[in-house]
Design a protein around this ligand. Structure first.
Ligand SMILES: Cc1cc2nc3c(=O)[nH]c(=O)nc-3n(C[C@H](O)[C@H](O)[C@H](O)COP(=O)(O)OP(=O)(O)OC[C@H]3O[C@@H](n4cnc5c(N)ncnc54)[C@H](O)[C@@H]3O)c2cc1C
Length: 386
């Protein structure tokens, strides 16, 4: 068992870390104040990240992506956790794996431009009546002689404003869901309001409405009826990378600030880090972050071995998201009034972290998956020697 990172991995982590510190961190306060990222600045960070080979690192190298293994990808994603969602999206891209099912003309129209950063894409599964129950969607796509007609609506769509096209899940039969690539601007496709959130300032979360939107045959991604599988497959990797690894990165970043503050801040003539009750908060955070990190690495390693890591990723999703929640909560406590005050970013991390337990499958949904597997498989789920 080798837990060490090789030189290339160390260099990659260092490059991403430096890029975030030098190019992205300085933009965070402005986005928080204004509520949006200046498009010219978005273009500048995109261009710079791309020139360093940091764009679409999860996509295959032959398409112009980074060609990273799952393990290398999550090492980068862990670093991404040190900055904010909108900056990650603009600098490093958010190219969803289902696009790799593009065939023929679809490759030039949707896949390659997404990997090259010329077109941005969002994934749209959730509807106001179908969240956790992603198979309960009401949006439909009806087959016509020339293609499809799309009707329905979606909500909470991250990055919708910046996106040029959308991966849309739609019902194509009573028990059948398919996935479509839908360009913004098509007649009948309207974008609704930006649904204001507790955190993630700068990332728009939009409502989308489809009123008899005519789609070409080429808009169907993968096979008819494969949409649910495509969506769930995409979310599996997203959960590990964008939730699990980023949560570990964010918790590490916040913990570093908490430890520094505990070392610096004095009350009653001593550093607050010398009080045992503060020490408990530091120690618990350090222990939990390390445990979560190894769970993330293990699940990524399993994917790279071609193993089915769905249950491990469900465990990562719950544990890493909840670890982050506990760490940011303790950070607010250790910083005292300054933790609650907007002069420091701690309160922002607190707000931004809350969503990790909700999106990409709530903690309750994943606990349900884990418990069902445990009842079915028994010790095989928690004893590696079985
Ligand atoms: C900031 C943000 C960004 C998002 N981005 C996107 C996006 O880009 N694309 C997209 O498609 N979606 C997106 N979503 C949607 C997100 O994935 C859903 O909000 C999430 O899946 C939960 O669905 P819901 O909000 O409808 O809650 P519900 O499903 O209504 O759940 C409400 C509560 O009931 C519980 N619950 C539901 N079913 C069960 C069950 N079977 N067992 C136990 N408890 C249960 C839940 O755990 C939760 O506590 C985003 C949401 C937010 C807030």
């Amino acid at each position: 068992m080798d837990f060490s990172l090789n030189d290339e991995q160390k260099m990659m982590i260092e490059t991403v870390r430096r890029f975030i510190a030098e190019e992205l961190k300085p933009l965070e306060d402005e986005i928080e104040d204004k509520g949006f990222l200046d498009p010219a600045k978005a273009q500048a960070i995109h261009d710079k990240a791309k020139s360093l080979g940091l764009y679409a690192m999860n996509m295959p190298a032959e398409l112009g992506g980074g060609g990273l293994s799952n393990m290398d990808r999550i090492l980068c994603e862990e670093q991404f956790g040190h900055t904010t969602d909108i900056l990650i999206r603009r600098a490093f891209g958010n190219v969803y794996e289902p696009l790799l099912h593009c065939k023929g003309e679809q490759v030039e129209r949707w896949l390659k431009p997404a990997v090259e950063g010329k077109r941005t894409c969002a994934i749209t599964i959730t509807e106001s009546g179908a969240g956790s129950d992603a198979a309960g969607i009401k949006t439909t796509a009806r087959k016509t002689a020339n293609g499809w007609v799309l009707n329905g609506s979606k909500h909470f769509i991250s990055d919708g404003e910046w996106s040029d096209f959308f991966l849309v899940s739609a019902r194509t039969g009573e028990k059948e869901i398919s996935m479509f690539m839908v360009d913004k601007g098509l007649p009948g496709f309207t974008v609704g309001k930006d649904q204001k959130m507790m955190g993630l300032r700068g990332t728009p979360h939009l409502e989308l409405f489809f009123d008899n939107v005519e789609l070409e045959d080429a808009a169907l991604l993968g096979e008819q009826g494969q949409g649910f599988k495509l969506a769930m497959g995409a979310l599996n990797v997203v959960r590990l990378a964008q939730v699990g690894a980023r949560a570990v990165g964010k918790a590490s970043h916040v913990c570093e600030m908490m430890v520094a503050y505990a070392n610096d801040r004095k009350q009653f003539g001593q550093r607050i880090g010398e009080f045992q009750m503060v020490q408990q908060m530091l120690a618990d955070s350090v222990i939990e972050i390390n445990a979560a990190r190894w769970m993330v690495y293990h699940a990524a390693w399993m994917l790279d071995q071609g193993l089915d890591a769905r249950e491990q990723i469900a465990m990562v999703k719950v544990h890493a998201a909840e670890t982050l929640g506990r760490v940011v909560d303790r950070a607010v406590q250790v910083f005292g009034g300054m933790g609650f005050c907007k002069e420091l970013p701690i309160e922002r991390y607190y707000r931004d972290s809350r969503i990790y337990r909700i999106f990409d499958g709530t903690s309750e949904i994943h606990r349900g998956v884990i418990a069902k597997s445990a009842m079915k498989k028994g010790a095989a789920l928690f004893d590696v020697h079985r």
